[in-house]
Ligand binder design. Sequence first.
Ligand SMILES: NC(=O)c1ccc[n+]([C@@H]2O[C@H](COP(=O)([O-])OP(=O)(O)OC[C@H]3O[C@@H](n4cnc5c(N)ncnc54)[C@H](OP(=O)(O)O)[C@@H]3O)[C@@H](O)[C@H]2O)c1
Length: 276
Amino acid sequence: MKKVENKHTILILGASGFIGYAIYKELCGYFRTFGTYRTPKKEFKKNHHFFHYNVEEDDVFEILNIVKPTIIISTLRGDFSAQVIAHTHIVDYMKSHKCKMLFLSSANVFDGYSKYPSYENDKTYSNSVYGHFKIKIENMLMRLPKKQVAILRLPMVLGKHAPRVEEIKLLLKEKEPIEVFPNLIMNVTSDLKVTQQIHYIINRNKSGIYHLGSQDLVHHESFIEEIIASLGAKNAIIKRVYTTNDDRYLAVLPKEHLLPKHLQLQSKDVLKELLQ
Ligand SMILES: NC(=O)c1ccc[n+]([C@@H]2O[C@H](COP(=O)([O-])OP(=O)(O)OC[C@H]3O[C@@H](n4cnc5c(N)ncnc54)[C@H](OP(=O)(O)O)[C@@H]3O)[C@@H](O)[C@H]2O)c1
């Protein structure tokens, strides 16, 4: 039987989402774990560990004051300006409380560089609104004492029930084209691996910047085709989208903060999970 450790009270912002809910399921047997949801759903309304929260309308302080988390895991989506304001409030709270933040960031904080994969200490640089927004929150958090923050940069997250995989299944069913980016070289991960890595980061009280992607790189086009093959589909309609003529990297590789071997992964592990 799983043992509930009293060490931490965890609040997952966006716990109803794809990654947030996977983290909730991983942690709730071990820690007092709470979460937020925005879209009203019976299962969350009934669960006393879930709070309704809309970043555009609600004050995050109210939930912080009820839950009194020692760890906040931010897995939100939603309006960028509202998220920046909410994270400003969380930073204020963290200045006067013993509390740590695990922030789910993205490989897009490097999407302004395209010629190489990126490592933890590389300077962030983005050309996208999404990347800019993630950089803004990362920088805000990095002004806190180092021990209080872990920034977890993720590449594309897949998994048996990942929205991207579900979308591919739907497009196949409806005989619609599936977009691939032939010049894009990336790494990948899965919800299962990310949640195990997060559990380890919490248990070992780790902080700093983590690049949580596969150790190998894949071409977007061939990886999506492998996913299609692993779903047993034939005659998929592929639409190749060329954004540049040169190869473009969107990959977050670890160099400084390596996790133990069993928490590292290869892209083929992500494909294997789809078959399980
Ligand atoms: N998935 C990836 O491949 C990937 C890659 C890199 C980084 N990330 C980052 O990982 C985090 C989680 O991503 P995900 O794919 O799991 O996203 P997701 O499935 O769309 O989940 C997003 C979560 O945020 C909540 N949310 C959305 N709008 C909100 C609003 N206005 N107010 C309050 N909550 C709101 C959603 O609530 P409801 O569902 O209840 O509406 C849900 O709980 C994000 O920060 C994302 O940037 C994801």
